[in-house]
Design a protein around this ligand. Structure first.
Ligand code: Z5A
Ligand code: MG
Length: 210
């Protein structure tokens, strides 16, 4: 059955420092100001019990087998799934700062099988729009040094970049962030988001396939 009031599920993906968090926050502010209920969600959500384990792992205070930590990242999305569905169905648009594709790209960059990585997310709410922000390694480097977290290393990030390009899905909208100010990029994203919010009204919510 179609819900006349459904919100859209919008995902921001992309490599390190491309501006996902900056743009996601601005998009939620934009939608809210225009009277459209919207909520920002980050993955990993470091505030939950599983999220705290992931935070420790990313800060290199805790070790896990690569498969086990992939499943924890996935479980961190599953623990949000029912509240995501509820919010979407009640008309709130969700703007996600990373989601399933980050899970596949980062875990497969460590050598895990693509399909194995994808399977644990099958059944999660399906994005209406994945905005994949693209930035060259040179411009990303110019945005400042890496932090201290586990994956913040140039060689590993290059492997993730390669996995993202192999993963590129039909439903992604690839947007270049190259040589664009925060405001210029936001302006472009708003148009895409407005269209997605409008078209989600007439669609039922899907689920990620295997
Ligand atoms: N991970 C995983 O392994 N498996 C999973 O399933 C999931 C995640 C979901 C934590 O993620 C790690 O978890 C991540 C993947 C892994 N590891 N890495 N790397 P995170 O999202 O918490 O990581 P983050 O450090 O917040 O995000 P980020 O990717 O590094 O950055 P960003 O959000 O894309 O960029 P930003 O914070 O908005 O901006 C970065 C800087 O650039 C900042 O100083 C901005 O002011 C500046 N900026 C932004 N836009 C511009 C423009 N247009 N021009 C100039 N400067 C700009
Ligand atoms: Mg971020």
């Amino acid at each position: 059955m179609m819900a006349a009031t459904r919100g859209a599920l919008i995902v921001l993906e992309g490599c390190d420092r491309v501006g996902k968090s900056t743009q996601a926050k601005l998009l939620v502010e934009y939608l809210t100001k225009r009277g459209k209920p919207a909520k920002l969600m980050n993955f990993p959500d470091r505030s939950t019990t599983i999220g705290k384990l992931l935070d420790e792992y990313l800060k290199q205070g805790q070790e896990f087998d690569d498969h086990a930590v992939h499943l924890l990242f996935s479980a961190n999305r599953w623990e949000a799934a029912s509240s995501m569905e509820k919010l979407l169905k009640s008309g709130t648009t969700l703007v996600l700062d990373r989601y399933s594709d980050s899970g596949i790209a980062f875990s497969s960059a460590k050598g895990l099988d693509f399909d194995w990585c994808r399977n644990s997310d099958a059944g999660l709410p399906l994005p209406d729009l994945v905005l994949f922000l693209q930035l060259s390694q040179e411009e990303s480097r110019a945005r400042g040094g890496y932090g201290q977290e586990r994956y913040e290393k140039e060689q590993f990030q290059a492997t993730v970049r390669d996995k993202f390009s192999r993963l590129q899905q039909d439903n992604w909208t690839v947007v270049s962030a190259e040589q664009k100010s925060i405001e210029e990029l936001q302006c472009e994203l708003r148009k895409l988001v407005d269209a997605a919010v409008k078209s989600a009204l007439n669609k039922s919510l899907g689920h990620l396939p295997t």
